[in-house]
Ligand binder design. Structure first.
Ligand code: NAP
Length: 290
C-alpha cells in the first residue's frame, strides 16, 4: 500500500478492538451487555450482506445482536409496531432499520418512531437536529468514520477548506456538520452545483459521497489535498468509488481506497454508537432509580 493510502481496514480494526475492550469493562462493572437490533424488510442481497456483517461484528465485540427479517410486503403498521416494541425492550440498546426499505413503506415515518436514545444510525429528527445544533448526539456511522479516517491521516481540519459532494441525510449532510464542528470552512456541492471542478480544486479536504463511479478525477484535485471516497459503485470491473483513484492518488496528500477505506469504518462506528447508547441508557436508568 502506498504511503499516502489511508488503511481503513487497520483503523476499523483498532476501533473494533477498543469497543470490545470497553464492552467487557462495562459488563465487568455491572453495566448492561450492549444489544443491537436490526430490522431488514425484504430480501435485497446487498442489504442481507450488510446486516449479516453488522451482526458478526457486534457479536465479536461482545454485544448481543437481534435480527428481525420481515417479508418484502410487510405493511407499515407491522414495522412500526416492531420498532416501538424494540424501543420498550431493555436488552436492546440500538435499533437499526436497514435502508432502503420496499416502496410501500414510508422510511421517514418509521425512522421517526425509533427512540432517540436507541438511534444508533443517527437518522431520527432528534439526532439530526442535535447534530445541527452542535450538541452531543448519535452521529451517522459513515460520516463519523470519515472523520476518524481524516484524523488517522493527521489531516489539519481546523481552518481547512473542505468540499463535501452529496447531500444525503445518511452521509453528506452530517459530514458537513461534523467538518463545520471541527472548524473547517465547508462548501457543499450537489447535482445542481455549477462548476463542481472549480470548488473541488480549491479544497484541502474532499469528501465524495455521490454514487457516480470515478467522477472526481486528478485534474479536479489540488496537490496535497486529503481525499475521502465514500462511494461504493458496482461496475463490470468490480467495486469502485466516486474518486478516480489512479489519477487522484498521485496528487493527494492522503486518500482512501475503495474497497478498504470508508466502508470498513461504517460498521466499526455503528458498534461505537451501540456501546455509547448502552452507556447512556444505563445512565438514564440509574438517574430514574435515584
Ligand atoms: P444518495 O442519497 O443517492 O445521494 C447522492 C448525492 O449525490 C445527492 O445529494 C446528489 O445530489 C449528489 N449527486 C448526484 N449526482 C451528482 C453529480 N453529478 N454531481 C454532484 N453531485 C451529485 O447517496 P448516499 O446514500 O449519500 O450515498 C452516496 C454514495 O456513498 C453511494 O455510492 C453509496 O453506495 C455510498 N455509501 C457508502 C457507505 C459506506 O459505508 N462506504 C455508506 C453509505 C453510502 P442531489 O441532492 O442534488 O440529488
Amino acid at each position: 500500500m502506498n504511503d499516502n493510502v489511508i488503511d481503513g481496514r487497520a483503523v476499523a480494526q483498532e476501533v473494533r478492538d477498543r469497543v470490545k475492550r470497553e464492552v467487557a469493562e462495562l459488563v465487568d462493572s455491572g453495566g448492561p451487555q450492549p444489544g443491537l437490533a436490526t430490522i431488514l424488510v425484504g430480501d435485497d442481497p446487498a442489504s442481507q450482506v450488510y446486516v449479516r456483517s453488522k451482526h458478526e461484528k457486534s457479536r465479536e465485540a461482545g454485544m448481543q445482536s437481534f435480527n428481525h427479517t420481515l417479508p418484502a410486503d410487510t405493511p407499515q403498521d407491522e414495522v412500526a409496531d416492531l420498532i416501538v416494541q424494540l424501543g420498550d425492550d431493555d436488552s436492546v440498546h440500538g435499533i437499526l432499520l436497514q435502508l432502503p426499505v420496499p416502496d410501500q413503506l414510508d422510511s421517514d415515518a418509521l425512522i421517526a418512531l425509533i427512540d432517540p436514545l436507541k438511534d444508533v444510525d443517527g437518522l431520527t429528527p432528534t439526532s439530526a437536529g442535535l447534530l445541527a445544533l452542535g450538541k452531543p448526539s448519535m452521529v451517522p456511522a459513515t460520516p463519523s468514520g470519515c472523520m476518524d479516517l481524516l484524523r488517522a491521516a493527521d489531516t489539519q481540519i481546523e481552518g481547512a477548506d473542505a468540499v463535501v459532494i452529496g447531500r444525503s441525510i445518511l452521509v453528506g449532510k452530517p459530514m458537513h456538520q461534523l467538518l463545520l464542528a471541527a472548524n473547517a470552512t465547508v462548501t457543499h456541492c450537489h447535482s445542481r452545483t455549477r462548476d463542481l471542478a472549480g470548488h473541488v480544486r480549491r479544497a484541502d479536504i474532499v469528501v465524495a459521497a455521490v454514487g457516480v463511479p470515478r467522477m472526481i478525477t486528478g485534474d479536479m484535485v489540488k496537490d496535497g489535498a486529503t481525499v475521502i471516497d465514500v462511494g461504493v459503485n458496482r461496475t463490470d470491473e468490480g467495486l469502485v468509488g466516486d474518486v478516480d483513484f489512479d489519477s487522484v492518488a498521485p496528487r493527494a496528500r492522503a486518500i482512501t481506497p475503495v474497497p478498504g477505506g470508508v466502508g470498513q469504518m461504517t460498521i466499526a462506528m455503528l458498534l461505537v454508537n451501540t456501546l455509547e447508547a448502552a452507556r447512556r441508557q444505563a445512565g438514564v436508568a440509574v438517574a430514574r432509580r435515584g
